[in-house]
Each structure stands twice: as C-alpha cells, then as structure tokens.
Write a protein that binds this ligand. Structure first.
Ligand SMILES: Cc1ncc(COP(=O)(O)O)c(C=O)c1O
Length: 476
C-alpha cells in the first residue's frame, strides 16, 4: 500500500537533488548535525545511575525553572546539546524540537558561536558598560532593520518587552496598554495579562492570568487577534488612554490575517498610539529582518531576544529615536524619564555570540531553506494527522509548528481555546517518552538550522507512533 508521507519525503529528496542551491545552509547543517540515525528510542549512552532528577525536584519548584509542566518521573535533566540533539543526565539522547524555546536557532554548540564566545570570554565577560562588541552588534542590528534608530541591550525578552511598554507609556503620557488575547510577552505582569483566563472576562476586560499582580487588570485592555474591526472598536473607544498596542506579529503559532498588521499600523499612527512588535520569537527567524521584513510592516518600537543570542542570554529593545529619548539619563528624574539599566545587558560575551549568529543567519540561502524545512514539517505533520484520521491542524509559519486538535481552521485565540488542548499535551508527553525533547506545556515546535530533512522525517515517524499510542489509550 502507498504511504503518502513516505512518498512526500521521497519526492522532496528527488527535487532537492535536482536543485541544491542552498549550499551555505547545507554546509552549516553538516558541521553541526550528529552522524547517528535520528530514528528510534532515546539511546542509553551510560549506565551509571543518576539522581539529577530527584535533585532538581528538591531544589526547583516542580523540578524546573518554569513552564515545562512535565510529570516528575519524566523530567529530563539536560547535560549537553549538539546540533539538534540533546542528551540528559541519564545518558538518553533526544531529538530536540524546542531548541531552547527557539533561542538555539543556530543549533546547539555551533562551532562559530563557541569560537566567538571563547575569544571574548578571555577578554572579560562583563563590564556593565558600553563595549566594542555591543557597539558592533547595535550597528549590525540597525543595518538589518533601520527602524531601530536607537537600541539598548538587556538580558532577556521579558526585559525587552517590558522596556518597550514603559517607553511608550512615558513618551505618550498615557497609562493603558492594548494587547491580544492569548499572547505571551514575557514573565512581567503585562507580559502574561490576558494570556490565560482563570475567570470569565468579556473583552476588552483583562484577566491577570494567575496571581501576583492583580493591579495589572485595570491597565490592560485585551483585543481579539486577527479581528481588525473588533480591535479598532476597542482602540477608538479608549484612544486617549492607550499608550501602546503590543503584538506578537506571529501570534503564538497563528499567522496574521492578510492586512491585520497593516490595519494596526495605520490605526495606531492615526491615534498617536505606539505600535510595539514583540519580535522575541519572530526576530531573525521568519527572515533576517524578522516580522518587520516578512510581513512588510514597520512598528515604532521592537523587542528582540531568543535567536539573536545564538543560545546565549540576550534581549534588545529599540525603535524611534524620539521615543527612545525617554531612557536618556539627562532626563532624570523628570516625568518622562524611564529607568533603564541592565547589569548583564550588552555584555560582550552575549554580544559576540550574537554577532556570530547574525553572520550565520546572513549566509546565502539560509532563510529560504529554513522556511522550506518549516513547510516540510507542517506538510509532514498534516499527512500524519490525516492518515491517523485525526481532525487536526498543523499551525505555524517559517520554522515553527504546532498541532491543534480541531476540525475547523484555527486562526484566533478563541478557536485555539476550543481545540482539544489536553490531547495536544498528551501527544507532546508521548513524544517526550519516545525521545523527542519539547515543551509539553507550550506545545510549539521550533526547528533550527541543524534540522535537516532526515530529522523532520524522523520526527513525523515519531508523531505517527505517538498518535497511535494516544489513540489506543483513548479507546480504553
Ligand atoms: C513572544 C515572546 N515574547 C517574550 C518572551 C520572553 O522572553 P524571555 O523568556 O527571554 O524573557 C517570550 C518567551 O518565550 C516570547 O515567546
């Protein structure tokens, strides 16, 4: 019997052999990819017992630094990573489909990043001051995206979005923020407000998404993503109070509807509201110029993180020079001054890693290849889901993918909430058991430059297997 997925990958292999223009990309793949067969169970490389899991459970709440939500007996404690694979303290090897939540887009331990980091570390790791690598990186960023007229470095995406919001609030003299339902902008109060609903709210009302910052609800308005008319109505009704609209241009794994980001741009411009793109995920991933380049829209302020650091901690925020003036210390303690200081922001080691990462990203054919691999992944996933007779969608754009168990298309947060998310989590946990490292809570899958067609095919095989297991379990 013909297996359509096998056919799909065979067709692609033949087409690839014919084209092969992406030599830069293939070269970097070869240098980072492990030689072993990616299929099968996690391999045991050592036999000595290890208690890292128990130790993690005793020192970290829920055994982790946050979000994974993995059952205690399944928590892998990672020891090392190379290319698109990680190994844990028990000696098991995993195909990594989360890649440090996207931070390791270059692949784990990329030789060029390691070289740059070692060289810089020998010269000093942090001066908490302007340094040569930071200047070079800032210049590169501005040459990639001229909208970044002024930029400052921080150490995470959380800080980057938080500072964008504070800059907008100070520069406009308004106090409220409009953001989109279900979006995540980092672990500060506005970053999570409106992300998950613990109680019933009617938009534009806001649920602070858990405890710890109940006051945030009065400062945040929440709009439905991909609903231009609904967003416009909220914006116009509260125009004089709203400092900024913050948006993930690719909302989790949901692409913007045609014209949606453009409508946000023209409305915010008309109403004197700052438009902030949270490019922590999309930056350097959808294109070298991120979502700004990919979707052709220029915001007023931009937050970066993740992939920029080549796996090292980094964040950057910036945009219009007239808005960024509010962080200039000469304004202290004026009413329009925003305190902005990051001990590790702009540290030369992270900046050196970022410069190396940007050089890798600028290689010929990198983005067409990365997007093609993302498309291959989603197509393969759809084949698997169809063959398993699962009414489900493969969401995403660029090198990102996510399964939504829903018969209907998923284009906004309400449709996502209506999908069978418990089944999605079961599937992710089963994949983890089978040797695919991922985040069963976030459920978003990230490819890297180190993922080739063999790894994508192997992942699809694992997906098919995992689906069979959860279908059987569900039938009982
Ligand atoms: C869209 C988005 N913004 C901001 C952040 C926060 O970045 P960080 O975890 O580096 O603080 C994340 C993290 O996942 C994110 O996905």
């Amino acid at each position: 019997m013909v297996n359509p997925r096998r056919e799909l990958f065979a067709r692609i292999r033949i087409a690839r052999k014919r084209i092969r223009p992406d030599s830069g990309f293939a070269g970097s793949l070869r240098s980072t990819r492990d030689s072993e067969d990616p299929r099968g169970q996690p391999r045991r490389m050592q036999t000595s017992p290890d208690t890292f899991r128990e130790r993690a459970l005793s020192v970290f709440p829920a055994g982790s630094n946050g979000e994974y939500g993995i059952p205690a007996d399944l928590i892998p404690v990672i020891r090392s990573g190379k290319g698109c694979r990680v190994a844990d303290a028990d000696g098991r090897e995993f195909l990594d489909m989360t890649m440090a939540w996207g931070a390791a887009l270059v692949g784990h331990a990329h030789p060029k990043v390691i070289e740059a980091v070692m060289k810089q570390a020998a010269l000093g790791a942090n001066f908490a001051a302007v340094n040569c690598r930071a200047v070079e990186l800032a210049e590169r960023l501005r040459s990639i995206n001229p909208a970044l007229e002024r930029v400052r470095f921080v150490a995470s995406g959380t800080e980057a979005t938080m500072l964008c919001l504070r800059v907008a609030i100070a520069a406009t003299g308004r106090r409220r923020i409009l953001r989109f339902e279900g979006a995540y902008h980092g672990q500060h109060p506005i970053g999570v407000a409106g992300m998950i609903h613990g109680k019933h709210v009617t938009l534009p009302g806001c649920d602070s998404s858990g405890a710890g910052a109940p006051w945030v609800e009065s400062d945040v308005l929440v709009a439905p993503f991909n609903d231009a008319a609904g967003t416009e109505a909220i914006l116009r009704a509260h125009a004089t109070e709203i400092a900024a609209v913050i948006v993930e241009p690719l909302h989790r794994c949901l692409p913007p509807a045609p014209g949606f980001l453009q409508s946000l741009r023209s409305l915010t411009r008309e109403l004197g509201v700052a438009l902030i793109f949270d490019e922590v995920v999309t930056g350097f991933r959808l294109a070298l110029g991120g979502a700004c380049e990919f979707y052709g829209v220029t915001p007023d302020l931009i937050a970066y993180g993740k992939a920029l650091g080549g796996g090292f901690p980094i964040g950057a925020y910036g945009g219009r020079a007239d808005l960024m003036e509010v962080v200039e210390e000469s304004r202290l303690p004026g009413p329009r001054y925003v305190w902005s200081a990051s001990t590790s922001g702009g540290n030369p080691v992270s900046c050196a890693a970022a410069i190396a990462a940007l050089e890798i990203f600028a290689g010929e054919g990198v983005y067409p290849a990365l997007r093609a691999r993302g498309e291959l992944l989603r197509t393969g996933m759809r084949e698997v889901l169809r063959a398993a007779e699962e009414p489900a969608q493969a969401l995403g754009e660029g090198p990102l993918a996510q399964v939504a168990f829903s018969a209907a298309p998923v284009t906004n947060n309400q449709q996502w909430l209506a999908s069978d998310r418990a089944k999605g989590r079961d599937l992710m946990l089963q994949l983890l058991r089978q040797g695919v490292f991922l985040n069963p809570m976030g459920t978003k899958l990230y490819l890297s430059l180190a993922h080739g067609e063999a790894e994508i095919e192997a992942f699809c095989d694992q997906l098919a297997r995992a689906l069979t297991v959860i279908q059987r379990a569900g039938a009982h």
